[in-house]
Design a protein around this ligand. Structure first.
Ligand SMILES: Cc1cc2nc3c(=O)[nH]c(=O)nc-3n(C[C@H](O)[C@H](O)[C@H](O)COP(=O)(O)O)c2cc1C
Ligand SMILES: [Mn+2]
Length: 477
């Protein structure tokens, strides 16, 4: 059976992390706050004020702690598991029809303002679809691309579109330079592996639906769209079909973005004209709250960490990489590795800062005895293993992510040449390498006498409150 959003909802429910909200919730005025507050549970809204018959799912996964459930593994194994799965691309297959064709609305039958699209942040330019995975094609080769593009609701058949300069922007420019509109289809509501695939950046030309298939570990069934020459997942909840218009730019934004700021990328951006909507008979909408450490960010962190892992493990032919984690705000990344030679960590850090993703600005290397999911541990490694005179390197004059407000902006969103210029930073917080065991031994972390055989709980008086977890993990015993 095809893995879809319903299977995921069942999985969340069985794991005890799905909260069903029966009280009516207004997507335009209340849902943003509710999603923001739900970090340890997914929310399934059963009654939406002003949108009779609709239900929707959000915060699924709610943060990086919940994400491993989708991979069926433990937290530390998630990024290596992503890497293992995407090392071999999957496959897609065209089928005649599927549940996403239960209802077909074409042209004027469509009114997206009747969908429970939520307003995420107080300063947002209005309701936004942040869960839309846009499938477009390279008109020269026909190669598909699937990536998220925020869609500002502007009318029954109209949205704004943000194309950050990457693959679908390249594709759009090809259409636009020939005066043509770009046919697209937007997927709303599916298994989280589609979301991880849609925010995977790899070679231009790779079909992210084949990445979705690899992550799902099953073939992805596709159906043809009604009004555009695009194939879409047959088991999605909702598909919006349309075309991004050439030479049209309108005010778009602000939007609550992944760094927890609003203004990045707001300006004159392209416009989508909606030509059709197809959906399941009882379609469940998907709302994504964006910001650091909420759902939107999780979809970035997993594939970005995974793709950086895949890149840096090749440094020098082989580097002993244990794990990778992108930090809040997603401009920093921690590489957990076993350094074998002097200088090796620095080589790895250089690779981490110039991979497929444009976000990484600060890269930090640590050893395996540092828990990278505990940010206090990363700070501990920086405090005790870094000699600022030698272990911190700034690289000036590099191209910086255009939505990183800390660096000066050049050009404007929606037009060619938009970027920022600034420095990148490498912090080598690893211990001396394996080839120098004597120096390395000086950094062996403290182990309390008694080891893990002696437990405080066994010595406390009966009825004592449970122990609070330490602010920073105690070294492995
Ligand atoms: C919730 C969410 C919202 C996103 N919104 C946008 C967006 O509005 N515009 C954009 O260009 N990329 C957006 N992205 C990032 C892209 O989906 C992501 O970087 C992807 O890897 C780009 O695909 P590409 O390499 O095929 O171009 C968003 C990602 C997430 C997780
Ligand atoms: Mn791509």
């Amino acid at each position: 059976m095809a893995k879809d959003m319903r299977l995921w909802i069942n999985q969340l429910e069985e794991a005890g992390v799905l909260a069903r909200i029966e009280k009516p919730v207004d997507p335009r005025t209340q849902m943003g706050a509710l999603l923001w507050q739900a970090r340890d549970r997914a929310l399934f809204f059963e009654s939406l004020t002003g949108f009779p018959g609709w239900r929707c799912l959000g915060q699924a996964p709610g943060d990086i702690q919940m994400a491993p459930l989708a991979f069926g593994c433990r937290r530390n194994e998630m990024i290596p598991e992503y890497v293992r799965r995407v090392d071999k691309l999957g496959t897609t297959r065209l089928v005649k029809t599927g549940p996403v064709k239960d209802k077909v609305m074409i042209g004027d039958q469509v009114d997206i303002t009747k969908m429970p699209i939520h307003q995420a942040g107080v300063r947002d330019g209005g309701p936004y679809i942040a869960s839309g995975m846009m499938i477009g094609k390279n008109p020269d080769t026909g190669a598909r691309n699937m990536s998220f593009h925020r869609l500002q609701m502007k009318g029954p058949r109209k949205t704004g579109v943000l194309f950050y300069p990457r693959h679908n922007w390249l594709n759009f420019q090809k259409y636009e330079s020939n005066g043509k509109s770009m046919p697209v289809a937007i997927v709303i509501g599916h298994h989280p592996m589609y979301y991880f695939a849609a925010s995977t950046t790899t070679d231009y030309g790779v079909d992210e639906l084949e990445i979705a298939s690899a992550l799902l570990q099953e073939e992805v069934e596709l159906v043809k769209c009604e009004t555009v020459d695009i194939e879409v997942p047959a088991h999605a909840e909702i598909i919006i079909e349309g075309e991004v218009l050439p030479e049209v730019r309108e005010e778009e934004g602000p939007f609550s973005e992944f760094q927890d700021y609003y203004l990045a990328a707001a300006g004159k951006n392209p416009v989508l004209h909606v030509t059709a909507v197809t959906m399941r008979g009882d379609a469940i909408f998907k709302n994504v709250q964006n910001g650091t450490e909420v759902e939107g960010c999780v979809y970035h962190k997993v594939p970005m960490s995974g793709q950086i892992f895949r890149r840096v493990r090749t440094v020098g032919g082989f580097a002993d990489i244990k794990n990778v984690l992108v930090l809040p705000g997603i401009f920093s990344v921690v590489i957990q590795m076993n350094p074998r030679y002097y200088g090796e960590a620095r080589n790895v850090l250089m690779a981490a800062l110039s991979g497929e993703y444009q976000h990484p600005k600060i890269a930090i290397a640590v050893d395996e005895d540092v828990d990278i999911f505990n940010y206090a541990e990363v700070m501990y490694a920086i405090s005790t293993r870094v000699n600022p005179e030698t272990d911190i390197v700034t690289i000036p004059g590099t191209k910086i992510h255009a939505m990183d407000p800390s660096c000066p902006e050049i050009g404007k969103p929606g037009a060619p040449g938009w970027h920022r210029l600034g420095g990148k930073l490498m912090i080598d917080a690893t211990k001396p390498p394996e080839c120098d065991p004597a120096r390395r031994f000086e950094f062996e972390r403290l182990r309390p006498m008694g080891g893990d055989k002696v437990r405080l709980e066994d010595f406390l008086p009966e009825g004592s409150p449970p122990l609070r977890p330490p602010a920073i993990a105690i070294a492995k015993l």
